[in-house]
Design a protein around this ligand. Structure first.
Ligand code: PEP
Ligand code: MG
Length: 561
């Protein structure tokens, strides 16, 4: 039996067969020539067969898919038979280029042409590049890139997942996610939590497990075992029952003694917001507006923005919706705001800082928010990402006020903002701790890197101390400036208790975690939560902090969380 220890990022115990995510298709070398043993005619015929087979595969998947997924697959399938694409590639082959290189270059020029046409055509450019990778994989006789398709449910094993993979990930087929790379705040972790799938990241070597092998995954313990034992099978069966009891959140976040800690949702657009409202979220604690425009090369108009924001506000009439202004940069580039050539983008011009290099975008966004807010019944709060100083907070507040927005706030995700929280909070109405970036910057550890997973956890006592300092800063300012948490830390039920004990006023998380966090929070009094917070702060390291707190919360083990 082979075991792997990684970092658990989304709870759940499950047994299932492995399907490995194929590695990305590499570019055929520039100038690669046709093998002299093959005629150009045969190479063109081979390319056509490969393209036809890619078409047929995608078409077969489209036939059984539904909704958005079906339309995307149908459009991509058609692209594999695109005559312009194949003709251009044939021309290059006839001039002596290898078939792989020919389709690579032909697709690049078709994609560029579509891109330049703009609008709907520009969106098709990604389909061409997807089809290109599939045809090259077919020519090489290796599995097609992307999430594998399967008739039966499976556990997806990958190096790491990109945000774009979410679109093709079918939660009805994928039972759990396991990656060899990726940290606790990586996209894999965020995707898994938002889909409610058990997940383990940074399980070194796990991507060597053969396709079809049966494995056991414990997403709370971060443990993976090949050829599960009978105890592990029993644990998975027991989880299937408890997860059903954890299905609901009653819409009332509170400790056992009635201290309210409203539980809010993190959303990226209207679809998430509607789902979150259905799952009982008491409002939205983080609306990541950049997620509405990740595909855009150009700045969305004020009208377009107002419509996207209003659609989210309308899911929460009479409730609080905290919208965050565009957080472009680092792992979320937006071509109209960020410079892709920056040497160190996590420390670069990202978040609020883009106002320095591209002035005007923020003002227009605030105008759109104000318009959408005035046409909706939600209680709209607005915050800026990546605020580092009180002066930045003051300027953001004045821009909000000029736009007619009453409740300005800041994300506290840069350690300097936590260390000077009183001065920062003097300028604005509230703060929301972004523990994903706060951890990355406090520990100087890229949040996307698997090998740094042990450093990159919000259980680090240093990070908890920064949370405490932020709450203390608010107290110095009179204590009436709310300090919430909207990083992934809030979705970990044990850590959520610690955060409540540290004095955090609201917790915002992926809506799927509301039930687990709500259930565990109701088992402790505020005083017990404060005691657990002291315990975590006194730990010598993140592992001890987590273990010590978990040992005092037996409900976690009972529920498999
Ligand atoms: C909530 C946060 O923002 P994001 O994950 O979007 O950077 C954070 O940094 O904790
Ligand atoms: Mg952040």
């Amino acid at each position: 039996m082979q075991n792997f220890q990684g970092v658990g990022v989304s709870p759940g115990r499950i047994v299932g067969p492995v399907r490995r995510m194929p590695k990305a298709v590499t570019e055929p070398p520039s100038g690669e020539r046709l093998d002299p043993a093959i005629t150009a005619e045969a190479a063109v015929a081979g390319l056509k067969t490969a393209a036809q087979s890619v078409h047929d595969g995608l078409k077969a998947r489209a036939d059984i898919a539904t909704g958005d997924g079906k339309a995307v697959l149908e459009a991509t399938a058609l692209m594999a038979r695109d005559t312009m694409l194949l003709k251009q590639a044939a021309k290059l082959i006839n001039a002596g280029t290898s078939a792989e290189r020919a389709i690579w270059e032909a697709a690049a020029s078709v994609a560029e042409m579509l891109h330049n046409l703009g609008g709907y055509m520009a969106e098709r450019a990604t389909d061409v590049l997807d089809v290109r990778a599939r045809i090259v994989a077919e020519l090489r006789g290796v599995p097609a890139p992307g999430i594998p398709s399967s008739e039966t449910p499976f556990i997806l094993v990958a190096e790491d997942l990109a945000p774009a993979d979410t679109a093709t990930l079918d939660p009805a087929k994928v039972l759990a996610l396991v990656t060899s790379g990726g940290g606790p705040q990586s996209h894999t972790a965020i995707i898994a939590r938002s889909l409610g799938l058990p997940a383990v990241v940074a399980a070194h070597g796990v991507d060597e497990v053969a396709d079809g092998s049966e494995i056991y995954v414990d997403g709370a313990a971060g443990f993976v075992a090949v050829a599960p034992s009978s105890e592990q099978r029993a644990a998975a069966a027991a989880w299937a029952e408890t997860s059903a009891t954890l299905a609901g959140f009653d819409g009332n976040g509170t400790t056992a003694d009635g201290h309210p800690v409203p539980l809010l949702a993190n959303v990226g657009g209207a679809k998430d917001a509607v789902a979150a409202a259905g799952l009982g979220a008491q409002g939205v604690g983080l609306f990541r507006t950049e997620f509405c425009f990740l595909e855009r090369d150009t700045e969305p108009s004020v009208d377009e923005q107002a419509a996207a924001y209003k659609a989210v506000f309308d899911a929460f009439p009479g409730k609080k919706v905290v919208l965050r202004t565009l957080d472009a940069g680092a792992d979320k580039p937006l071509p109209f705001l960020t410079d892709a050539t920056e040497p160190n983008p996590a420390l670069g011009v990202r978040g609020y800082r883009t106002d320095l290099t591209t002035p005007g975008v923020l003002e227009r966004q605030l105008e759109a928010i104000a318009r959408a807010a005035s046409e909706s019944e939600a209680d709209v709060w607005v915050m800026a990402p990546m605020i580092s100083t009180a002066a930045e907070a003051a300027r953001f507040a004045s821009l909000c006020s000029a736009a007619g927005l009453k409740t300005p706030g800041v994300m506290v995700e840069v350690p300097s903002a936590a260390l000077t929280a009183a001065a920062v909070l003097r300028e604005v109405g509230f703060a929301s701790l972004g523990t994903n970036d706060l951890t990355q910057y406090a520990m100087a550890a890229d949040r996307q890197l698997g090998p740094l997973a042990e450093l990159n956890t919000p259980w680090q006592p240093a990070v908890l101390r920064l949370v405490q300092l932020t709450v203390e800063g608010s107290a110095q300012e009179g204590g009436n400036k709310p300090v919430g948490v909207c990083g992934e830390a809030a979705a970990d039920p044990a850590l959520a208790v610690v955060l409540a004990g540290l004095g955090v006023t609201t917790l915002s998380m992926t809506a799927r975690s509301l039930a687990a966090v709500g259930t565990v929070l109701k088992t402790v009094t505020l005083e017990q939560a404060q005691e657990l917070a002291r315990l975590a702060l006194s730990a010598p390291g993140a592992t001890e902090a987590r273990e010590w707190v978990r040992a005092k919360l037996p409900v976690l083990e009972e529920l498999g969380l």
